[in-house]
Ligand binder design. Structure first.
Ligand SMILES: *Cc1c(COP(=O)(O)O)cnc(C)c1O
Length: 389
């Protein structure tokens, strides 16, 4: 047996929280207003400002809440089909299932992990009412082509931007092409509020409906009430609000989002350069012309010789202190719930399946020190070259 000495511990993801963030939360706790306050409002304003002119931002308890409300507020339900990428987080599909509509899974482009306009169009039926896309690992999907298909078939478009904060095509952020975009602030995502999410939209009326849906469907919010505690409920709704504690955390992190994205870009470029010539490995990436990648992580896909050893390679990396993850561990239609409900035809999703079964996600987040990066640049290629096949 070989003796492995762990010299560093490099986490896959770790929220980047500083003193300013801690003070922001402390101020909320000292101020007694834990919901309906100025922190979420300030976070929404900062987020809409980041998205650019014409953006509305609605803070929510999670990205999943946003995806759910996207379909609810548009009236999509039983009888409708919604196109969903096979290679995504299960939330992208659950949101469709939760409103009683049927997710129809679409395989991805093997080079990028993104769905293409052509694959989406081929899956459209007379029942299709909406399509969803996920900007996989922070690389934008080809939204101009996808929107062209959506317009031709009169489809509602939901962008799952959970791991794509900062991704743009030209100067337009992802989330601003479709009808609604949903971001996540789960701890390992670009910024962290514990749990939390933000829906963005170009449509003022959609933002207004989201605001009602996230708060029980009441007619007057806390600040609009004439008598304290007095309101009516003209519509259905949920409680999908973000708390002020979360709002303060998110708002504070917006101040260094540019630095966050710059660090990710630099870490990604260094790791990419170190892995380019490693045999048996390719990097999931795409054509960058006119496109800004958000660098959520760097995912390598092992070739057919190394692929069957993926789990052993993961264990070897973890043993020397390098944190990894898998995005995503199964194509969603292969997850038990969907497999049992709709049956699973592996032949329909060869590319999503290969990414799930043969890939390893490596960290590039702003939590990494330059020593962490130096360590990864030597150790990752060394582990991959150990003669697994
Ligand atoms: C993390 C993730 C979600 C879920 O986000 P939550 O904020 O945890 O609800 C949805 N979609 C994708 C693609 C994700 O990666």
């Amino acid at each position: 047996m070989t003796q492995v000495t762990t010299t560093r511990n490099v986490p896959f993801g770790r929220p980047w929280i500083n003193d300013q963030d801690r003070q922001a939360v402390q101020r909320v706790l000292e101020g007694h207003i834990l919901a309906h306050g100025d922190e979420c409002k300030g976070f929404e304003e900062a987020f809409a400002g980041f998205m650019g002119p014409g953006a509305w931002a609605v803070s929510l308890s999670s990205c999943t809440a946003g995806l759910h409300l996207a379909y609810l507020q548009h009236g999509i339900g039983p009888g409708a089909e919604v196109l969903v990428p096979a290679q995504t987080h299960t939330a992208t599909a659950h949101a469709v299932e939760l409103v009683g509509a049927r997710p129809v899974f679409v395989d991805c482009d093997p080079a990028t992990g993104n769905v293409t306009a052509e694959a989406l169009e081929a899956a459209i039926t007379p029942e299709t009412r909406a399509l969803s896309v996920v900007h996989f690992l922070g690389l934008p999907c080809d939204m101009p082509s996808i929107m062209e298909v959506a317009q031709r078939h009169d489809l509602f478009v939901v962008e799952d931007c959970a791991i794509a904060l900062g991704a743009r095509i030209g100067s337009t952020h992802v989330g601003m092409f479709g009808d609604i975009g949903c971001y996540s602030f789960y701890p390992v995502k670009h910024i962290a509020t514990g749990d939390g999410g933000m829906a963005v939209t170009r449509h003022e009326e959609v933002a207004a409906r989201l605001q009602k849906w996230r708060a029980f469907g009441v007619d007057r919010n806390y600040k609009e009430r004439i008598l304290p505690g007095m309101y009516d409920v003209p519509a259905l709704g949920l409680n999908y609000r973000m708390s002020e504690i979360q709002g303060a955390l998110g708002r504070s992190q917006m101040d260094r989002l540019d630095e966050n994205l710059r660090r990710r870009r630099e870490n990604y470029a260094r790791l990419q350069a170190a892995l380019t010539d490693v045999e048996g490995v390719r990097i999931l990436d795409g054509d960058r012309r006119g496109v800004t990648h958000a660098h959520y992580c760097l995912t390598i896909v092992l070739d057919d010789a190394l692929g069957p050893h993926r789990d052993d390679i993961v264990r070897a990396l973890n043993e020397v202190g390098i944190g990894t993850s898998i995005y995503y561990p199964q194509p969603v239609p292969r997850m038990t719930f969907y497999r049992e409900k709709y049956g699973y035809d592996a032949a329909k999703y060869p590319h999503a399946t290969k990414i799930s079964d043969h890939s390893i996600a490596l960290p590039v987040g702003p939590h990494l020190t330059s020593e962490d990066m130096d360590y990864m640049l030597t150790v990752v290629p060394e582990v991959l070259a150990r003669g697994w096949a």
